[in-house]
Ligand binder design. Sequence first.
Ligand code: ADP
Ligand code: ADP
Length: 227
Amino acid sequence: MIQLKHVSLEYPVTRTLALDDVSLHVQKGEFVYLVGHSGAGKSSFMNLVIKRTLPTRGTVHVSGEPLLNYRGRRTAVLRRRIGMVFQDNLLLPHLNAYENVAFALRVTGVPQREWAGRVTAALRTVGMEHKKYALPVQLSQGEQQRVAIARAVVGDPPLLLADEPTGNLDPENSRDVIKVLQHVNLRGTTVLVATHARDLVESFRHRTLTLRRGRLVRDDPYGGYAL
Ligand code: ADP
Ligand code: ADP
């Protein structure tokens, strides 16, 4: 699903080496944590996968294709295959939960007759079907994040990237979000979670990649937080 071969990323001007000779392979269907201190390169890694940045050296493959194949209009094709979840859920405040999820289908051109079924299924996956008419302000942070996950997966992307998805949540809501991501994973989506949350990485064990100053220093198949 994601393959990096000797990837380095040096930002121009500051010459920061955000990724330093990283090689790794994330298989289809895996659930993987990406851990590391602030500045270790986690966001840079995610930005490479969605082609927001290009590597300075090395090659990146997504879904078996080199990233360089996704040129021009095909960049949109690549991004449509990748769901994204952030620390801030970025729901549209004037739309209810249902409409926020449906919005993702509208912008990608899915025919309207398919919306109801797909939105309902996505909200059910994250356990929010009963709150579909609620506006974001009427939902807790954790519930909002679950709606954001529904929005990210409603298009059935093969890959979901989550960047600090529990960063604004209390421990209980954080655990719920990880459980929802695990559920999404069991339905067939490859999931990559960048996180600082040591307790979550320790209690919900999955393969864990550790970055330190841009280098991949650990790749533990059974997880655990080792910073
Ligand atoms: P993390 O997500 O693990 O906090 P980042 O990938 O955001 O790490 O950052 C890795 C390094 O690259 C840091 O030193 C950061 O300051 C630097 N960096 C990130 N984005 C940019 C950018 N657009 N231009 C220059 N330097 C950047
Ligand atoms: P986060 O990944 O923590 O949500 P960002 O990706 O915005 O936040 O930034 C991560 C790190 O990269 C921060 O330390 C920030 O200062 C640095 N950074 C982001 N953009 C730039 C940039 N254009 N130039 C230099 N450093 C940057």
